[in-house]
Design a protein around this ligand. Structure first.
Ligand code: PLP
Length: 450
């Protein structure tokens, strides 16, 4: 399919710029700056490091480079658009590519979800979706519906809205004093005692959805605007929904007229072997947040995709004038729109979502081949996603996972560690031999880290 060699010359002896001034995100800045891991180029399945090593990308960057790196047609589309029109204001003005991309997305989205509001990231998409939910209930004459229900261990980006509905304690505690007040969380669905080593969806745990009924009982359905969850939680360590769980959540939301938002920022664009998780699980939400793979991560872009009825209520039933007081300077940016159109064309013409589906069994076998390795306490897989959960070191949670990530990087494979779970989510162009390399490397790393 694609070549893994890189012909751009890399000067291995080049010195770094000063590392001091940059305040790095979600990074142990001081430790990184003592021992930096610098990436300088990427092509297809590989990164090149500053010291000239090839590193196999086991994570599609940050779950986002689904078509592989530096794809010619996508870079050409961005380059061409940059010289035609670099920017156009999106408020009270438009440019054709943003409309075209919205139309292309609407064609791919599940039936009934046919309107797209652009932002620049997953975090913006989440906060936008929450605002649209509030605007919807105001327009419906039910302004008391303001409460959001998220989930423990959920990750919905870093805006105040996303942090509030998110359920990762480490991300919340520095800001806990000022998060959104009317938010509650369901428990997560991770249950090693019943589901360890599940292949695909775990069998047990649809009953975790009953917690939503309990919250509805507690607060009253008439106060709840929306439930938001990741169909497969990624950032918190690959939590796969038990069979029947999402269906139950959907049924409960329907029963009480509550909006259901799927955060598909990582599950969108083929990651699970279908266009979206909604397709994979055949559970259709009312809104979806998407980002990352929409442009193959080349130009930042995110979006909220909403059911027709939501757009109709907020827009078509509003008095004349601006209907939603929300938007970003870069909503539907021309370079992002050009990148998005070219990316969707790559997905389509190369059949990458189908390719991911066809590799799912091979992938699952590779994941579960790690069973029995020291410190491995669970293996999880779905689509082209793997979670390898390691036993935490006593009193030092996360350190074994991080040491394993470092070892894999040294051995030439990029993985992610979140706490003590190693996550893999390669570009969908991955070859079987590269899957073998990833799991052989993880196996070697796990065995060498005590
Ligand atoms: C499910 C989910 N939602 C939202 C986000 C935030 O996206 P961004 O980092 O583009 O703001 C992420 C990022 O990983 C994510 O995984």
């Amino acid at each position: 399919m694609t070549s893994s060699t890189l012909d751009a010359p890399i000067n291995a002896t080049e010195t770094h710029p000063s590392l001091e001034e940059l305040w790095m995100p979600f990074t142990a800045n001081r430790a990184f700056k003592r021992a930096p891991r610098m990436l300088v180029a990427a092509k297809d399945m590989h990164y090149t490091t500053a010291d000239g090593r090839q590193v196999l990308d086991g994570t599609a960057g940050l779950w986002c480079v689904n078509a592989g790196h530096c794809r010619d047609s996508i870079t050409a589309a961005i380059r061409d658009q940059a010289s035609i029109m670099d920017y156009a204001p999106p408020f009270q003005m438009g440019h054709p590519l943003a409309f075209e991309l919205a139309q292309e997305l609407a064609r791919m989205l599940p039936e009934g979800i046919d309107h797209v509001f652009f932002g620049n990231s997953g975090s913006e998409a989440v906060d936008t979706a929450l605002k649209i939910a509030l605007a919807y209930w105001q327009s419906k004459g039910q302004p008391e519906r303001v409460r959001f229900i998220g989930r423990a261990r959920g990750y919905h980006g870093v805006g105040f809205g996303g942090t509030s509905v998110g359920g990762i304690e480490a991300n919340r505690k520095q800001f806990a004093a000022q998060l959104l007040p009317a938010v509650d969380h369901m428990p997560h669905t991770h249950d090693l005692s019943r589901n360890a080593y599940s292949r695909g969806q775990p069998t047990h745990g649809a009953d975790f959805a009953d917690s939503l009924d309990a919250l509805i009982e507690k607060h009253g359905a008439q106060t709840i605007a929306a439930v938001i969850l990741e169909p497969v939680a990624g950032s918190t360590g690959v939590l796969i929904p038990p069979t029947g769980y999402l269906e139950k959540i959907r049924a409960t939301c329907d029963k009480h007229g509550i909006l259901l938002i799927f955060d598909e920022v990582i599950t969108g664009f083929g990651r699970l072997g279908a266009a979206f998780a909604a397709d994979k699980f055949n559970v259709i939400p009312d809104m979806m947040t998407i980002a990352k793979g929409i442009t193959n991560a080349t130009v930042p872009m995110g979006a909220v995709c909403a059911r027709h009825e939501i757009y109709d209520t907020v827009v078509n039933e509003a008095p004349a004038g601006i209907e939603l007081f929300h938007g970003y300077t870069y909503s539907g940016h021309p370079l992002a729109a050009a990148a998005g159109l070219a990316t969707l064309e790559v997905y389509r013409s190369e059949g990458l979502f189908e390719r991911a589906a066809s590799l799912e069994n091979y992938w699952a076998d590779a994941v579960h081949s790690l069973r029995g390795l020291p410190h491995v306490i669970d293996l999880r897989n779905i689509g082209l996603v793997a979670g390898i959960e390691l036993e935490a070191r006593p009193g030092a949670p996360g350190t074994r996972g991080f040491a394993t990530f470092l070892k894999c990087f040294e051995l030439g494979v990029m993985v992610r560690s979140t706490a003590d779970t190693i996550a893999l989510s390669p570009p969908l162009i991955v070859e079987k031999a590269q899957i073998d390399q990833m799991f052989e490397t993880v196996s070697q790393a796990v065995r060498s880290v005590d």
